[in-house]
Structure formats: C-alpha cells, structure tokens
Write a protein that binds this ligand. Structure first.
Ligand code: PEP
Ligand code: MN
Length: 337
C-alpha cells in the first residue's frame, strides 16, 4: 500500500500517521521527493482501513498496490540501484560487459580468454564450473577445480569473477567468487535464493525459460528479503514457438523491467540466440534498449568448446562487439568505466 501525502502537509500530523502505521506492526518506507512525500507500507496491510487513511487531511491518496515485490519495486526506490563489485559498478549509468567462456576448461583456456576480453573492455570474467546441462551425459563442468582456475584467472587479470551455483551446499567453494549466478533453471529454487540472501556478495539472477517478469522480480525479492540488496537481473531469452533461434530475446523486458524495478538489468545475447553471428546485433539492441550490461560467451576455439561453441564468439569478434556497443552507449548516456 502506498500513501501519497499532500504537498504542504503538516509535519506533526505526518509523524503521528507514521507512528500509527508502525503501531499496526507495519514497516514504513518514507520517500521524500521535491514535490511529494510517499509512504510505502511494508507488511500485511489487509487490516488497514483505506477509507480511514483517505479521510486524513494530510493524505492525497491511498493506493493498494498489487505488486507482491516490495524490496525490488521501483515505486519505493526511485534511484537506480548501483551494484559495486570490487569497484566495478553496474547500474545508474554504469554499463559493464561480463565475458568469458561458457565453461572453464583448463588453466590456459580461462587465463587466455580472460586476458583477451579484458583488453577489449570487459570488466568481469564469466566461466561455468558447475554446468546445468540438459543431458547427464554432457560435460558437467570442472566443478571445484573450475572455481580454482577461475580464481587463478582473477589473480592474473584482476577481473572479478562471475559463476553459477546450482546447489547451496557448494557455497563454501564460492568464497573467492565475486558474483554468484543463479541460472535460468534455478530461478525459482527458493531455498537457494534464501541462502544467497544471507551473503554479502552480488547475485546475478537469470530469467527462467518460461517465467514472467513479475516472477523474476519475486526471485530477486527472495534474495533481498533475506537481507542482500545487491541483485542484478539478466534477460537471456525465453521459450517461444520460434525455432530458428535457441530462445527468443525479449528485448522489451529491458525497458519494462526498468519501469518495474530499480535493479540493474543486463542481457545475455549468447544464450538468447544460440548463434554466434547474432551476438553483435543483439548486443547493440540491448545497449540501445537501456540495458546496464551484457553477458557474452567468448571462446578462443568455439569449434572445439566443451559447451555452447555455436553461440560463442572469438576474442577478435568480441573486440568489435565491445567497440560498437560503446558507440551506442554514447547515444543513450551510459558509460563503461
Ligand atoms: C550460463 O550462463 O552459462 C547458463 C547456463 O545460462 P542460462 O542459465 O541462462 O541457461
Ligand atoms: Mn552457455
């Protein structure tokens, strides 16, 4: 529930309204703007008599909000959230590219790719150690060893690392990981989300293959309600009737999410299309649509990659994507720094 206070409301009456609300067992999020003060009531507001509050002379209007997400709601946080990962900022005008292979395969592979993408402007390194594969017979990732190799690449390049967790019991292995990724298939693993909410690490949540934006925000809400506000959302393509691409990039998710939430929103064009040649145009589209970043799969030898070779671009192609994205960023007033 949102209570909009009249512009010249008496401060004493406002204070007593706030005290009364708190007395009802609710939390109040007070947003004082230049023209309006807004009270966001957090908790079960069913027992609140809307007519009673509407009748107060300091109240302009009372709106029952239907969105079940409060912490992730733009209505309570007009300012863009800026997530800071060891000095690398995402959101609020800061645009970043997370790049690296689908899977960590060897020390040479991950360190070489890390150096290459860093040269072209990537500020974060990705690489899967625990891989969610459709087939149990496919390469499952180097698991603990993969995390060690990522740590090695981080030491060598200084790039913070982003990698996926599939099971909360693996958390002790993630100590050196800077951004923990929740993959599309785990977006609604609520117990995992709650565990991640108790950490002081950035959590990157990828949209599920068949999940709505509201469901994605409810997943963010799980992490935030458990105390961790450092959440980044990622649109990575959804299932549609189209079969020409691996998934369908929902580009409108970017401006829509920007309305719904203050959290940073990034695009993963690699999993969205599943086709390396589409990564360049979709990356430009993402930047133009207002995304705060990209997550791109880059491999030195896509033909022999152990996972997702067909959608992986080579370091020299990545250089071009990064350069062209920066041209778009100038137009939309964002920067990679
Ligand atoms: C990935 O980023 O490696 C991945 C598996 O992505 P998604 O969860 O979006 O399929
Ligand atoms: Mn992949």
């Amino acid at each position: 529930m949102i209570i909009t206070i009249k512009k010249d409301a008496d401060e004493k009456n406002l204070e007593s309204l706030i005290a009364w609300i708190k007395n009802q067992g609710l939390e109040v999020n007070i947003s004082r703007g230049e023209f309006q003060t807004i009270l966001g009531l957090i908790g079960d507001t069913h027992q609140i008599d809307v007519d009673l509050i509407n009748g107060l002379n300091i109240v302009d209007k009372v709106t029952r909000i239907s969105e079940p997400y409060k912490n992730a709601n733009r209505k309570f946080h007009s300012e863009d959230k800026i997530v800071d990962i060891n000095g690398v900022k995402i959101g609020g005008g800061h645009f970043q590219i997370i790049a690296g292979p689908c899977s960590v395969e060897s020390a040479d592979q991950i360190c070489f790719i890390a150096e290459q993408v860093k040269k072209s402007g990537a500020k974060l390194l990705r690489g899967g150690a625990f891989k969610p594969r459709t087939s149990p017979y496919a390469f499952q990732g180097l698991r603990g060893e993969g995390l060690e190799l990522l740590t090695e690449a981080k030491k060598q390049t200084g790039l913070p690392i982003v990698t996926e967790i599939m099971n909360a019991s693996h958390l002790p292995l993630f100590e050196n990981v800077d951004v923990i990724q929740v993959g599309a298939r785990n977006m609604q693993n609520f117990e995992l989300l709650k565990e991640l909410g108790s950490l002081k690490k950035t959590i990157l949540i990828k949209r599920g293959l068949a999940n709505t934006l509201e469901e994605l925000l409810m997943s963010a809400e799980y992490v935030m309600a458990s105390g961790n506000e450092d959440v980044i959302l990622c649109e990575r393509g959804i299932r549609t009737f189209e079969t020409a691409t691996r998934n369908t990039l929902d580009i409108s998710a970017v401006p829509m999410l920007k309305k719904m939430t203050h959290l940073p929103v990034i695009i993963d064009p690699s999993h969205a299309a599943g086709i390396a040649s589409l990564v360049h145009p979709l990356s430009l589209a993402a930047a133009a649509a207002g995304a705060d970043g990209l997550m791109i799969e880059v491999h030195n030898d896509p033909d022999n990659a152990l996972c997702d070779g067909p959608q992986s671009i080579r370091p020299e192609e990545f250089e071009k994507v990064s350069a062209d994205v920066q041209k778009i960023l100038k137009i939309v007033g964002k920067h990679m720094d």
